[in-house]
Design a protein around this ligand. Structure first.
Ligand code: MLT
Length: 262
């Protein structure tokens, strides 16, 4: 992995291939390896840049909340450091999507198109905000296991769980390795985010929304509603997938991205 110093410290990233730049932003509480199938499947035609967000993978955490704005600004700084002048195709999953809305809002000249996977535009309900702060405190005291136990049953489709035990195992191991400090600052940052729905109509770039048909965290119906509010939104559902469609059904996700970008 490569490293650059941006924002609050070093940021680690993969940078593979040549061509139009794709910026791949992982979900919570994962790291850039969540995109391994896309790095493998798309780097023949595109420059694929996949960072570890601050506090995940090999990018050291900060204690204060990582707001979606702050993650977005660090990504813009990373692109500066990599001398990527051409507008990127921003591809984000779930929390990577929350960051994507802010990335567009704050750095729109850097965005050519967006692919938003298994995500939402709305902020958290009051209840969800309370749960995030509570989870952040518990993670800092007891570690990530309780959070992993809570998230795990909702992440994957039944079919993935039955057919891909290695993937289930690898995901669990990755989540268990997450740094509690990074996890807590992401939880607090997600709790602080505001509703992006009123701004959807301002997004002038084409946006592809992809969602696993069995996603119970950010369901397809919610993403279809987002697509309808975007001036250039298009919705595609991904069969045999839950919340982590790019990992669960990479062949369909990759070919959908290729076709949409061709
Ligand atoms: C994610 O996959 O990034 C999380 O489900 C986002 C969230 O907790 O809202």
């Amino acid at each position: 992995m490569n490293r650059k110093t941006v924002g609050g410290g070093e940021l680690s990233y993969m940078d593979q291939g040549n061509g139009r730049p794709l910026l791949l932003i992982h979900g919570f509480p994962f790291d850039h390896t969540m995109w391994r199938e896309q790095m493998h499947g798309l780097a023949d035609r595109f420059r694929v840049i996949a960072p570890d967000l601050r506090g995940f993978g090999k990018s050291p955490a900060v204690v204060e909340p990582m707001t979606m704005d702050r993650y977005a600004d660090e990504l813009a700084e990373l692109l500066d450091a990599l001398k990527v002048d051409e507008p990127v195709v921003y591809i984000g999953l779930s929390m990577g999507g929350y960051i994507g809305w802010q990335f567009y809002h704050r750095h729109r000249d850097r965005v050519a198109r967006m692919v938003m996977c298994d995500t939402r535009a709305a902020n958290d309900s009051e209840d969800a905000v309370r749960q995030r702060y509570d989870a952040a405190e518990r993670v800092l005291i007891h570690g990530v296991e309780e959070l992993v136990e809570m998230m795990e049953p909702k992440l994957l489709s039944v079919r993935t769980v039955n057919d891909k035990p290695d993937l289930v195992e690898a995901l669990r191991a990755q989540m268990m390795e997450a740094d509690p400090v990074g996890v807590a600052s992401a939880l607090r940052g997600m709790a602080e985010r505001t509703d992006f729905t009123p701004h959807l109509k301002e997004i002038e770039r084409p946006v592809l929304l992809m969602c696993g048909v069995d996603d119970v965290i950010t369901p397809p119906s919610e993403m279809e509603t987002i697509a309808a509010q975007l001036p250039k939104g298009e919705f595609v559902s991904i069969e045999n997938a839950g919340h982590l469609a790019p990992l669960e059904n990479p062949a369909v996700v990759n070919s959908t991205i290729r076709t949409w970008l061709s």
